[in-house]
Design a protein around this ligand. Sequence first.
Ligand code: AVJ
Length: 325
Amino acid sequence: AEPLQIEYLINSTAPTNTSDGNDVIQGLTKKPKSLPARYFYDDRGSQLFEQICDLSEYYLTRTETAILQECATEIARITGACELIELGSGSSTKTRILLDAYNQLGYPLHYLPIDVSAGILESSAQQLLTDYPSLRVHALVSTYELALEKLMAAELPSRMICFIGSTLGNLSPQECELFFSQITCALLPKEYFLLGVDLQKPKDLLEAAYNDSQGVTAAFNLNMLQHLNERFDGDFDLQQFEHWAFYNESQHQIEMHLRSLRSQTVFLSALDTTVQFAPEETILTEISRKFNLNTLQQILAQQGLTTVKVWTDSQQWFALLLCQL
Ligand code: AVJ
C-alpha cells in the first residue's frame, strides 16, 4: 500500500455544497450571536494556534506534552499494536510521543490524522513520513462528524481514537454527549479512546492563558472573521472588532468573544446574508470547558466508555484518560 493517502471529505477553503455555511448563517442571525469554533482553523488559524501552544501563559500544551512523555510507553503496552486515529491532529507534534512509544515496542505504525485544515494536515503528514520510514498515513480532511461516520475496520488488531489537547472543551455538555455516542458507534468492543482534557483551576491562571501579553490569542480570534471573509466572500472589517475572553466560574468555562466596536453592517455575499451589529454586541466564538475528572468519568461510563487509567501532572492542571469500549 502507498505510505501516504489523503482523502478530502470537505473542501477546506471554499463552500462545497449548499449546506456549507448554514451553521454560519444560523449563528450570526440568532441572539446572542455565535460561531462554531472550527472556523478558527483555516491554514492561518492553525499556524496561529501553533504559536499559542508555545506561549508561556498557555500552560495546556506543555503540561499535556509532559504527561504524554511519562505515560506513552504504558499506553502502548496496554493497547498493544493498534492504529492511531486522531481527531483534530493539527501539527501532530504531541502524537509523535505516542508514535515513538509504539515504534520502540516494535509495533507497526498506522496513523489516521483528521483535521479541517488541509494545509497543516498535508505538511505534517509529509514530515512524519520523512521522520518515520515505516509509518503509513491515511489522512482525512474532514470534520469529526463526517470522519467518525466513515471510519473503517483497521488492518491492525485494534484501534485507538485520540482526542487530545482539550478540544473536548469546545463542546457544550449536550454536544459532548452526542460526540461520545459517535465515538462509541465508531469503535468496536475493546477498542480504545484516548482523551486529553484541561482541568478546573484558579481564574487568574485561566484568564491569562486566553489573554496572552503578545496578543496572539486576540489575532487567532479575529482571524476567524478573515477566514469567513475569504470563504464566504464577506466584508468583516477586522479593525472594528476586538478580542474578549473571560472565565465563567459557574459554568467552568472560558468564553471567547469578538466584540463589535460600533454599530455596523456586514455582508457575506456567498451566503447572501446581511448581519447587523449594535455597538458592544458580541459573537461567542468559543467555549473552552474546564473539567472535573470524576464527573467526566461518570459521563463516559454512561456512554459505555470505561476509564482504564488516568494520568495527570503534579499540579492536577491537565489529564489524560485512556478509555475502552
Ligand atoms: C484547541 C480548543 C483546546 O480551548 O484552549 C486556544 C483553543 N482558544 N486559545 C483551547 C484556544 C484560545 C484551544 N483548544
